[in-house]
Ligand binder design. Sequence first.
Ligand code: SF4
Length: 203
Amino acid sequence: MTCYQVFSYTEYMSEKTYHRYLFIITLVYFISGFINITLALLALFCMITPFILVYRNRRLTWCHSVCPRADYLNKLGLISFRKTAPKWLVSAKMKRGVLSYFCMNLMFIGLSTFMVSQGNIPPIDKVRFLMAFEIPWSLPQLWFIEGISDVLIHFSYRIYSIMFSSTVLGTILAIRYRPRTWCAICPMNTMSADYLKRLKASN
Ligand code: SF4
């Protein structure tokens, strides 16, 4: 059973109290990009920890009890149309597609960061939506830290962009369909579920 199926709104309302405040972490994360873009690297914690937990606990601990985005999406339940998502949107093909896109994005980030470090391309110090669409304004940087390299700035903007894109998509899906529709195609969930399936098959 995926976390998309597990969490209904009623179940959400009966969750432990601290779960209801996890959405603040999501909001603080995006605000932190306005303070100093290198704070965007905190997202790496959210990208790595789900796998550590699934490996250690052999269950979707992150998705069920820790993920701040999950709580943020649940909060959008208050303004959601709560339509059932079309089958194609939550299909296995779509999950694979989103996962492939995510991996491609990570490859692009790694490659472009390497090229910046070699001086082959200038750093991209703008937020992009889905890799291709540049947001036409710069993030204000309220906390200036001297001596941050172009490589780190580029890398931070790219990580912020990946989080920004997936949150915007998650928000649109949450309002149009059920709040946790994003979770059905979230790459973290797809990879964790794959690992658990393989584990079950090998036992
Ligand atoms: S599926 Fe993704 S967004 Fe949903 S709870 Fe898990 S990690 Fe968070």
